[in-house]
Design a protein around this ligand. Structure first.
Ligand SMILES: [Fe+2]
Ligand SMILES: [Fe+2]
Length: 176
């Protein structure tokens, strides 16, 4: 699944990944330990994983729309100093991301990609998604944000104790 997700990201995400906007996204810090670009790649990867699990339940999601929408969902944050407050950034960046996303989306996918970007902040913003793909990103975005904030400090904590990043029960037993 991992390889398939990566090749789908490379295949469907090419126009976004090759854009100047995305290069800028890879430079702008996000969630303290990540960048907007890396976060967007993480969200896309998690969203495709959720899509894969939903497929097992016979719920189909549109992979191409998910890839493009997830890669674009936070492009509206770029140049965050433009925003007068974090609440205005929270409110306005989905609109800017959605407007940008239509340039990258296949005409057939525009409505889904727009929905993914426009409503990804739900429930922080009240308007809920209207598509399955829009619901998938609301979960993938939060999972990725928590991972990006939590994992580096957790990793540092284990490393300080000379333990592996993912605690190995054998190491813990030996230490005890
Ligand atoms: Fe966002
Ligand atoms: Fe995000």
């Amino acid at each position: 699944m991992q390889e398939e997700n990566i090749s789908n990201i490379e295949k469907y995400g090419k126009p976004v990944l090759n854009s100047l906007k995305f290069r800028e996204a890879l430079e702008q810090c996000h969630h303290h330990s990540s960048t907007v670009g890396m976060h967007s790649l993480n969200v896309t990867f998690v969203a495709l994983g959720i899509g894969y699990m939903l497929a097992k339940l016979h719920i189909r999601t549109d992979t191409r729309a998910l890839v493009v929408g997830c890669l674009c969902h936070d492009l509206g944050i770029l140049g965050r100093e433009r925003f007068t407050s974090s609440s205005s950034m929270c409110r306005l960046h989905p609109i800017e991301s959605a407007d940008l996303s239509v340039f990258f989306a296949d005409p057939e996918d525009r409505a889904k990609v727009y929905d993914i970007c426009m409503h990804h902040m739900f429930p922080l913003l009240a308007a809920p998604p209207r598509t399955k793909e829009g619901w998938v990103i609301t979960v993938a975005d939060k999972v990725s944000a928590v991972g990006e904030r939590m994992l580096p400090p957790v990793r540092r904590m284990w490393e300080k104790r000379n333990l592996k990043v993912i605690p190995d029960p054998f190491i813990l037993n030996t230490a005890a």
